[in-house]
Design a binder for this molecule. Structure first.
Ligand SMILES: Nc1ncnc2c1ncn2[C@@H]1O[C@H](COP(=O)(O)OP(=O)(O)OP(=O)(O)O)[C@@H](O)[C@H]1O
Ligand SMILES: [Mg+2]
Length: 234
């Protein structure tokens, strides 16, 4: 579903993403981990076109999307959430969910019904007519997930979905990820919450100073000396 090949992103002299390659098969979750500044968010920004690649290729479901804009890549079936939530603050929750489907050929009533049902899945139905700016940080993360669900992409990129989210909302988030996986979605999941990463990931890739230093199953990653050194130092 997702193939990245030789991704490179430089910011002046800093190589934030340094020849990173990996593949995420359909209906799996790849966990992407690494310490602060390792290049995880930058890699995600390269995949969905927010940043321009200096080198490399990105393929979604076999189609080369290298150099495409974020909205073109969204149309290829890619949804994402952000480390710092990017909801539309002055719009209601319902309106936030209608934004990604404005060009769909459904009646307003059908879309509004679907938006309400989607908000119910993330426990936000009671707040549907409130402005998004009134939500807590954790609730804004759930609103972003609901917006992704409304858009119904094949590939979902989640950047730190659990950060600052209380344990009950985290469980809800994890349930929704598992439900979407069961429906056939594919995920790239960035998180510092290793418990959740270990629980959800099919495979894990580890970045350190922009480079991929390991990739494997949960057990392989937990026991990888290069990973332990990157996290704990010598
Ligand atoms: N727009 C930018 N301009 C300059 N440097 C940047 C930019 N975006 C990221 N960087 C740098 O690239 C490196 C990787 O940053 P990135 O945000 O990808 O890390 P991360 O792995 O997501 O970290 P965290 O776990 O803290 O979110 C960092 O050194 C960061 O300062
Ligand atoms: Mg980040």
């Amino acid at each position: 579903m997702l193939q990245v090949e030789g991704l490179v992103k430089r910011f002046g002299g800093l190589v934030a993403v340094d020849h990173v390659s990996f593949e995420v098969p359909e209906r799996t979750i790849m966990g992407l981990i690494g310490i602060n500044g390792a290049g995880k968010t930058t890699a995600m920004n390269l995949i969905n076109g927010i940043y321009r690649l200096d080198e490399g290729h990105v393929r979604i479901d076999g189609r080369d999307v290298t150099g495409k804009t974020p909205h073109e890549i969204a149309h290829e079936g890619v949804g994402r959430t952000f480390q710092v939530p990017r909801v539309f603050h002055r719009m209601t929750l319902i309106e936030n969910l209608l934004v990604p489907v404005l060009d769909r050929h459904e009646t307003d009533a059908a879309l509004t019904d679907r938006a309400e049902a989607t908000l119910a899945k993330v426990n936000l139905a009671a707040l549907r007519h409130n402005h998004a700016e009134e939500l807590s940080g954790g609730q804004q993360k759930l609103l972003e997930l609901a917006r992704v669900m409304m858009f119904d992409p094949k590939l979902i990129l989640l950047d730190e979905p659990f950060a600052g989210v209380n344990p009950a909302l985290c469980r809800l988030f994890i349930e929704q990820i598992e439900r979407l996986l069961g429906q056939g979605k594919t995920f790239l999941l960035v998180s510092h919450d290793l418990t959740s990463i270990y629980r959800l990931s099919t495979t894990i890739a580890v970045l350190n100073q922009g480079q991929k230093i390991a990739e494997g199953t949960v057990d392989e990653i937990k026991n990888d000396p290069a990973v332990i050194e990157a996290y704990l130092g010598n």
